[in-house]
Design a protein around this ligand. Structure first.
Ligand code: AMP
Ligand code: FE
Ligand code: FE
Ligand code: ZN
Length: 283
């Protein structure tokens, strides 16, 4: 296997715009050797991505991006190679997805007072069974002509500091790491230096996650603020964490392009070695 390795991508099973089949096609177009499918709080796209990769030479690394919260900030955890049938992880993600629906409904109620939009329109753009998030509310607002695109919707209406924002229930990052490890998975902190994480992950917090089994940290990612990078690199070195790079591709939902950041083959091999809940699919 040789070629670029991109370990973070979404499909329309969560808030990406492309199907799992199309993600595989896009990964092949981008010349990737490995793509990870990491939908928010869901593993529902795995088998479709595997089937699409069959015979193409592309390897699909199964994963998910777990939503957690710390001090009111959003902290995302990538969990590679988890057992998709692990009861505790399933209970957690099912609860998360249900809470996301309640929360999105409440946000839509608030928004509709100023920008007419119906809950059914949000449900329709999200599609059956998808993990519902603010990007789907954004799509409904775009369809109504209130904003030109998702980015504008996030800036002007959906921002976490804005008046319409409601948070969903979420576990702590510590509980998230434990659930992923218990499910045989490999936990990696996703874009910890991004604005959404609001700097809540200080040295003590990272050490606590490492003690619980945190395996890696996503450093090469466009959301990580440049000023956070030296500290993140130091933490990775101190704790012997795997350092990953990835695009966080969302199809047309974000400007992020597959392969814009990549992960070293040695780091990928270490992740595969460590995960026991499922296996990569070599197509
Ligand atoms: P939620 O988890 O529902 O609070 O929504 C957060 C999700 O929205 C993240 O996973 C991002 O993928 C997406 N997101 C955040 N900011 C933007 C943006 N400016 N444009 C498009 N998508 C965004
Ligand atoms: Fe997303
Ligand atoms: Fe994320
Ligand atoms: Zn992501």
């Amino acid at each position: 296997m040789s070629g670029p390795i991109d370990l973070h991508a979404h499909t329309n099973v969560s808030d990406g715009t492309e199907s799992p089949e199309q993600l595989v096609a896009d990964a092949l177009d981008a010349g990737l050797a490995v793509v990870a499918i990491t939908d928010h709080d869901s593993t529902a796209g795995w088998s479709r991505a595997f089937a699409a990769a069959e015979g193409t030479g592309l390897t699909v690394l199964p994963g998910m991006e777990l939503s957690t919260r710390l001090d009111g900030a959003s902290v995302h955890l990538l969990g590679y190679l988890v057992d998709p049938d692990d009861p505790a992880l399933l209970e957690l993600t099912e609860g998360l997805r249900a809470s996301r629906v309640d929360r999105a409904k409440r946000m839509v109620e608030r928004i509709a007072a100023d920008y007419p939009v119906d809950w059914e329109e949000v449900l329709a753009v999200a599609g059956e069974g998808a993990t519902v998030g603010r990007p789907h509310i954004a799509d409904a607002l775009v369809a109504r002509g209130h904003v030109p695109d998702r980015s504008t919707a996030f800036r002007e209406i959906l921002h976490f500091r804005g008046r319409y924002y409601v948070s969903h229930e979420a576990p702590s990052p510590l509980e998230g790491v434990r659930r992923i490890v218990d499910a045989g998975g490999v936990p990696v902190l996703a874009h910890p230096g991004g604005r959404a994480a609001r700097g809540v992950l200080d040295g003590r917090r990272i050490r606590e996650l490492v003690d619980a089994g945190l395996a890696g940290i996503e450093i090469d990612h466009r959301d990580n603020l440049v000023r956070t990078l030296p500290r993140l690199r130091m933490a990775a070195k101190r704790h012997g964490l795997l350092v990953t790079g990835s695009s966080d591709y969302h199809g047309a939902g974000k400007p992020n392009r597959l392969g814009e950041h990549t992960t070293d083959p040695e780091v990928y091999a270490a992740i595969v070695e460590r995960g026991t809940g499922s296996r990569p699919f070599r197509g």
